[in-house]
Write a protein that binds this ligand. Structure first.
Ligand SMILES: *Cc1c(COP(=O)(O)O)cnc(C)c1O
Length: 414
């Protein structure tokens, strides 16, 4: 837990006065729910029957043999319903909203993965759902917009500022400030003003707790845990039970994009433009210019493409407990192919960054060592990103043929 909302000097609650009350009420309700056996019992049942927990811990024999060093295990978090870890937090917070008597949910989304998980959770729990999404992202991420609408959510295109994730967050905050009594804001990663970093870590720590139990069951002592790191929810949840111990090594992998230049990556801890600052309600490390303005970021994986990082990870990075590194777009693509071909497991583009670090680290360790990689999501969602890279010509032909087919098809269902 944070110390009154702070992790060392990071975190806090830097918000307008109108948001103080809803944040304070949320903190009280969260503490009450986590001590309420009725709440916890319902939560566990939904985790088991709806999300599909526990997710497997898979030994990767071929990858281990080829890399010739540490044994590699993969936590198959991508097998969770809706395809990634984000559903753990979405279900937890939506259940908490119900516990508080709130029937309306709002959420922000960038690429659409958090919006999709929240929309699904609301459908499952019978809650009204509005997702704020930058207009630019709405246009780029139509498959996810379609899924959110299928789950019954309203997708609200945000037209202010750069019309991307940052603006969607501002718009969601504004909505929450105007409707605090009826509405809960489901924040999507382990960041934002307190108490969100504590809440999101707690709901994602089911990943780490399962891994701890699965290791104990099989007598495995991991040397290193590796996770990709956007806002930091899958990594902090995976690391949570191990943070106060000396072992294993905890390694977080940021998006290295196309290189180390400003605007070429999303390396908030290891990058050239990494600075301390306060944005969107919390103090952390961000990619900022000299005037403290957010810099553009770049990554092949939409989920890692953000200028800020959760405050607890920033603190753990500065103290050295969590080691930060990065993987280039090209390294992540190679890792995607490596695990698909050798293990029959398709990593999401985000998770492939963690896979890339495992490929680098395993050969440097001995056969007695164990690496566990968190596959935060599965890669089915990335076909629009990977196909243009791996099969550009065929993909273009396919898209043209699809357009021709749709335009000539008189029997298209309206
Ligand atoms: C959103 C996303 C991430 C990045 O978010 P974190 O909060 O850092 O976990 C990673 N992997 C997948 C599959 C995602 O959808």
């Amino acid at each position: 837990m944070s110390d009154n909302g702070f992790f060392d000097r990071f975190g806090g609650k830097y918000v307008a006065e109108v948001l103080r009350r809803p944040l304070d009420e949320l903190e009280v309700a969260f503490k009450k729910a986590m001590a309420d056996p009725v709440f916890l019992d319902e939560f566990r049942t939904i985790q088991r029957d709806y999300i599909g927990r526990e997710t497997p811990l898979y030994f990767a024999p071929t990858a281990t043999r080829i890399l010739g060093g540490a044994k590699i295990y993969i936590k198959l978090e991508g097998l969770a319903n809706t395809g990634a870890h984000k559903i753990n937090n979405a279900i937890g917070q939506c259940l908490l909203a119900k516990y508080m008597g709130k029937k309306r949910i709002i959420a922000e989304t960038g690429a659409g993965q958090h919006g999709l998980a929240t929309a699904a959770a609301c459908a499952k729990l019978g809650l009204d759902c509005t997702v704020y999404m930058g207009e630019v992202d709405v246009r780029r991420q139509q498959p996810n917009v379609a899924s959110m609408e299928m789950y019954g959510a309203k997708v609200h295109a945000v037209t202010s500022g750069s019309r991307t994730l940052k603006d969607a967050v501002n718009e969601a905050m504004r909505d929450w400030a105007a409707n605090p009594d009826t509405t809960h804001y489901v924040l999507g990663s382990a960041l934002g003003p307190a108490p969100f970093p504590d809440i999101v870590r707690e709901f994602q720590s089911v990943i780490g707790r399962e891994v701890e139990a699965q290791c104990a069951e099989r007598g495995i002592k991991p040397t290193a845990l590796i996770a990709c790191c956007g806002g930091g929810s899958n990594s902090i949840g995976f690391f949570a039970p191990f943070i106060d111990k000396k072992e294993p090594r905890l390694i977080a992998v940021e998006a290295g994009g196309i290189g180390p230049g400003v605007g070429e990556n999303a390396s908030r801890m290891t990058g050239n433009a990494s600075r301390e600052g306060i944005m969107q309600g919390y103090k952390s490390r961000f990619l900022l210019d000299e005037d403290g303005q957010a810099l553009p970021t770049r990554s092949i994986s939409a989920g890692l493409d953000y200028c800020g990082i959760g405050p607890q990870l920033a603190a753990l990075g500065m103290s050295g407990r969590v080691e930060f590194t990065s993987a280039l777009d090209s390294e992540a693509l190679d890792a995607l192919k490596f695990f698909a071909r050798n293990e029959g497991i398709l990593f999401a583009m985000e998770s492939s960054h963690a896979g890339a670090e495992a490929i680098k680290l395993a050969p440097k360790l001995s056969k007695d060592d164990v690496i566990i990689v968190n596959m935060s999501g599965r890669g089915d969602k990335d076909v629009f990103i990977t196909s243009p890279v791996f099969r550009r010509k065929e993909w273009l032909e396919f898209l043209h043929a699809e357009i021709d087919r749709l335009e000539s098809d008189k029997d298209v269902h309206e």
